[in-house]
Design a protein. Structure first.
Lengths: 169, 258
């Protein structure tokens, strides 16, 4: 008997992201579709960043998980378009990130190349990131790129702790 | 006749895709050479992340190039088993890192171009090209944000950092013009609605760099002399040396996998 696609989605929601294990793959929004095609389960996955080393691990983890759930006929399709966006992060995922000590993305602040720079030239940052530890908004960016491509390195001026910010993408 | 025209169009697309893929690959490898050597931990991590993005973009372009070529060559074979004369990257991308300032200047000049190019490619008639451009464009926006920011901070920093940034600009400037030189490949791509004529991107690029250089207190040389040849396989001596390092493993152990 074929597992229903809702059951498969449930299984997929139990797979942790290899880089940020508090998030599941479904929280992250990288699973774009699940369907059966003539007896083959087709899972469509999109990469977060094109060079993210976690992409290969994610595919392997999906395959391992679904095979252990008894799926024999399985195909993983890569889909580039539309490109992954942090808008697809689930609400639950955002909360989990915060609890884990990573500031979730501030919606609508995606870099449009000139946007952020021009705002800074005018002497103002366009948005503030709340410290995930103490909640203060008095924070500063240390580097546009943090421990993974999807994060920036920040520092809180109130509690003085450094933290990761999951960039809007 | 129609078949011959299709073949020509396909060859043009392949050539153009190699230009995109090789520029991303060569620049990505150059940036990765900083891993473990950058002046500060944050910069080391940022450079490694940018190198990863670029190598990821190279994989997308080269996979598509392999598909278009139809000879069964994968992204890996294209990256590791071609010699310098088969590479189609910009000469600017292969220039050695120099000091941190020169690496940043090279990155900024290319980022400012790529941002405009990728934006234009989002409406390419080839949906595969448009999909890669949309993906890569989002990443490039962050690269440009960072490189522009640092060019300003170092150009407008200490007398020493200013001197180094001005020196980097003067040294790299003669390689920048190649980005906007159009040839038959570009004409064919523009004609088919697949990609913009690069010459049309120059004013947009100029706008970005003028704003940043004026803030950074840097002055580009007056001469617009441009070294060319990278896009047709005539490279500076630096590419061969870089490939010796980059391709060592596949050359020494052909077909090695892990």
């Amino acid at each position: 008997m074929q597992a229903s696609t809702s059951t498969v989605w449930q299984w997929l929601s139990e797979i942790p992201d290899p880089e940020i294990p508090v998030l599941s793959l479904t929280d992250l929004g990288v699973i774009r579709d699940v369907c059966w095609q003539e007896g083959t389960l087709v899972v469509t996955v999109t990469p977060t960043y094109s060079g993210c080393p976690a992409t290969a691990v994610i595919s392997l983890d999906i395959e391992t998980k679904l095979r252990s759930c008894g799926i024999d006929n399985l195909r993983l399709d890569q889909k580039l378009s539309p490109p992954w966006t942090t808008d697809w992060l689930s609400e639950a995922g955002r909360q989990k990130l915060k609890d884990y000590g990573i500031a979730p993305p501030v919606t609508g602040t995606r870099s449009t190349a000139a946007g952020g720079r021009i705002a800074r030239l005018a002497g103002k940052e366009t948005f503030s990131v709340a410290c995930p530890r103490c909640g203060a908004h008095d924070t500063e960016k240390i580097s546009q790129f943090g421990s993974t491509p999807c994060k920036a390195a920040y520092r809180c001026r109130a509690c003085l702790e450094p933290f990761d910010y999951f960039k809007c993408h | 006749m129609a078949e011959t025209n299709d073949k020509i169009a396909n060859d043009m697309l392949l050539e153009w895709l190699l230009r995109r893929g090789d520029t991303a690959l060569v620049l990505g490898h150059r940036v990765s050479e900083w891993c473990g050597h950058a002046p500060a931990l944050e910069e080391d991590i940022a450079l490694a992340n940018i190198a990863l993005d670029l190598i990821g973009q190279a994989r997308m372009w080269l996979s598509l190039a392999g598909e278009v070529e139809g000879a069964g060559r994968s992204e890996n074979e294209l990256a590791y088993l071609r010699d310098a004369w088969d590479f189609r990257n910009l000469l600017l991308a292969e220039q050695p890192n120099g000091d941190f300032g020169r690496t940043l200047m090279r990155q900024f000049l290319i980022d400012a171009f790529q941002a405009k190019l990728l934006q234009a490619l989002e409406t390419s008639q080839d949906h595969r090209v448009a999909a890669i451009a949309a993906k890569a464009g989002k990443e490039t926006a962050y690269h440009l944000d960072r490189s522009a920011d640092l060019v300003i901070r170092l150009g407008d920093g200490t007398p020493e950092s200013h001197r180094r940034m001005q020196d980097a600009l003067e040294r790299l400037w003669p390689y920048a013009g190649e980005m906007f030189v159009s040839d038959a490949v570009d004409a064919a791509m523009a004609q088919a609605g697949l990609a913009p004529d690069p010459a049309t991107l120059r004013p947009l690029w100029q706008e970005t760099i003028d704003a940043v250089f004026s803030e950074a207190g840097l002055t580009p040389p007056a001469s617009d002399f441009a070294h060319t040849g990278g896009l047709t396989g005539r490279h500076t001596e630096h590419l061969g040396n870089m490939l010796t390092e980059m391709q060592f493993l596949q050359r020494a152990y052909p077909g090695a996998v892990w």
